[in-house]
Design a protein around this ligand. Sequence first.
Ligand SMILES: Cc1cc2nc3c(=O)[nH]c(=O)nc-3n(C[C@H](O)[C@H](O)[C@H](O)COP(=O)(O)OP(=O)(O)OC[C@H]3O[C@@H](n4cnc5c(N)ncnc54)[C@H](O)[C@@H]3O)c2cc1C
Length: 433
Amino acid sequence: MQTIVIIGGGAGGLELATRLGDSLGKRNKARIVLVDRHPTHFWKPLLHTVASGKLDPQAHQIAYSAQAAEHGFQFICGEATRIDRTKRCIHLAALRGDDGGEIVPARTLPYDRLVLAFGAVTNFYGVPGAARHCLTLDSVEDAETFRRRFLLSCMQASARAADGSGDGRVDLVIVGGGATGVELAAELNHTVRTLARYNVHSLDPAKGVRIRLLERGERLLPHLNPALSRRATRHLQRMGIEVCTGTAVASVEHDAVIDGSGVRHPADMSLWAAGVEAPALCTTLGLPLNRIKQIIVTPSLQTVDDPNVFAIGDCASHVSPASGIAVPPRAQVAHQQAMFLAEVLARPSGDALPHFRYRDYGSLVSLGPFAAVGVLIGGLSGREMLVGGTMARLMYGMLYHKHVLSLRGFARTVAQGVAHWIRTKITPPVRLH
Ligand SMILES: Cc1cc2nc3c(=O)[nH]c(=O)nc-3n(C[C@H](O)[C@H](O)[C@H](O)COP(=O)(O)OP(=O)(O)OC[C@H]3O[C@@H](n4cnc5c(N)ncnc54)[C@H](O)[C@@H]3O)c2cc1C
């Protein structure tokens, strides 16, 4: 029986492990193994809502072990540190406890076929001080760190204003006017007002927290239609968020972000959301990579030099043969590639492999709890439809439910939706501690 190992249980990897477990694992046709460095899965597009305190990540995490037991695959918790393609084995780091003591020693794991699905990390583009001083949104831990720091900054500024030792203001700079930066800025505006309502701070909600969004390009949300970028910009400005386009960041210090013209943007906190690159593990594989270290794959999602190794999602670079353009690092892509590989890997090895074709269904960007903008692409003609407002926000919310549906089935998705709705009725709209 062959062993198929998937490294990374994110948007792509967990859906793939679930499908392959159901089709091959449960019938003993192959051993399916999922490796992730965390014990639970969290859907990354929701990280900005964790950072803003709107969502409790505990309630939306899926335990890999439970998913594995129900869907016929094995889960191993560990961080892949090296892949030996000659011996076809993966090296996993030792698991350590909170005090640093070794819980499980370093191990190796053999494979027949391997799927790399370990996502991407923040790209600081070598900007001096950025990695040291900016927070990021790569994981639940990052989002929780941001949330706590933001809450404490508001409380501290409020206390200092009360005793006359401060000006009663928090300066937050978000670098990057893509979807992550825009969505976080909009959510935080709502958070500041809610925290004031619950007397967590006494800052003026309109002026007490200055959120400044710096974007190198000429407009926010460069992947969307210019009309939608203008709409999103107006929406954020109405909320009091300062939008600075055409502003490239030259360096970051502990209390300021400095742009290419030498302007200092004061920052009690700064967050870097200006792009991604594949993790350093990619550079150890001896496989061809693109300029952001993503693994270059063939039209069948196999790595160029090794037909037994596949790559999907953010760590892979797949150029669409139709457009000649690399598919973007998005959950939608990871999902479609996982569905494709679930079919391909279920075939007997040796069969000719089909080609993956990405279908773009559009893109939605949330502008806080009550609005979103985006474009939907549908029908045979592939016609684009611009959407906005509350309707678009409802559609945005459905994207997460679609992901849960593919992992947990209809009944549990509905139950989780109802539980979430009840929680919103019995707890404050934002986490207060
Ligand atoms: C804040 C934010 C908002 C976003 N919003 C959207 C959105 O609105 N729409 C959209 O389409 N996309 C969005 N994205 C992008 C989307 O989340 C990614 O494209 C998608 O998650 C990629 O899926 P993946 O399976 O490639 O990787 P991930 O989902 O990133 O999963 C990677 C997994 O690999 C594990 N891992 C990493 N390294 C190792 C290792 N060495 N060993 C073991 N395990 C490892 C990680 O723990 C993780 O579980 C957003 C991303 C962020 C950060």
